[in-house]
Design a protein around this ligand. Structure first.
Ligand code: B16
Ligand code: MG
Length: 218
């Protein structure tokens, strides 16, 4: 059995379902640019940084813009996105998350956030989850984005825990690659058909406790 000492959570898609808000904000921007952007296209943006997401959308529309224009567009999208996430409340936390966090604490493990989002602090605050985290590594604290392992390695370092004693929860393929690249055990949240590289896949945290999880991991 693994000697797990710390858990690192991705944010969007793991603790809260924000993908729809990213989608609505990107869709509005795409419309202004006359780019067709579908909900299927939005799947490609999960776990991807803001600027890389914009690059994907511009690529879909066959549009090339200079860096200044791109920075302005990304900022515009973020204003719309922040309008949505400003309305988040603890009722938006995904099912089972709070009980699972409590069970981790009871077992004496440390908890970190490992998210690409530069809005992580605002989201955690609105969900009233901030105090659960011993370390928060988000998009403002990394120079390389997932699948680069930096966000998770910084999380492990902040928790003073070797990567092999950390578990990562991720909903995006890029994040699963990042966790594996960090040498961590990775649990996908979502569909087994999509998150093929994860060590284990769960549909969510409903009825999950750390004791139950320990029986599932190899
Ligand atoms: P922001 P995660 C990621 O968060 C999202 O999955 C991704 O869709 C988004 O583009 C990225 O954060 C950046 O978000 O624009 O708020 O900085 O899944 O890594 O928690
Ligand atoms: Mg995610």
């Amino acid at each position: 059995m693994r000697n797990i000492k710390a858990i690192i959570f991705d944010l969007d898609g793991v603790l809260v379902a924000t993908a729809k808000y990213h989608y609505l904000a990107w869709k509005r921007l795409a419309k202004e640019l006359n780019i067709e952007f579908s909900i299927e296209d939005n799947e490609r943006l999960k776990g991807v940084s803001r600027m890389n997401s914009l690059d994907i959308i511009l690529d879909i529309g066959g549009l090339t813009l200079d860096n200044d224009a791109k920075i302005k567009l990304a900022a515009k999208k973020n204003i719309w996105y922040v309008e949505y996430i400003s309305k988040l409340t603890p009722a938006d936390i995904l099912p089972g998350v709070i009980d699972f966090l409590e069970s981790i604490k009871i077992n004496g493990l440390k908890i970190a956030l490992g998210s690409a989002s530069r809005n992580s602090m605002l989201i955690l605050k609105n969900l009233k989850l901030t105090d659960y985290f011993d370390a928060i590594i988000d998009g403002t604290k990394v120079s390389s984005t997932k699948p680069n392992p930096e966000v998770f390695l910084k999380g492990a370092f902040a928790l003073n825990t070797p990567p092999c004693q950390c578990i990562v929860f991720e909903d995006a393929q890029s994040g699963i690659d990042a966790a594996i690249n960090a040498g961590m055990y990775c649990i996908g949240i979502g569909s087994k058909n999509i998150l093929k590289k994860a060590n284990l896949v769960l549909s969510g945290f409903s009825d999950m406790t750390f004791d139950k999880l320990e029986l599932l991991i190899d």
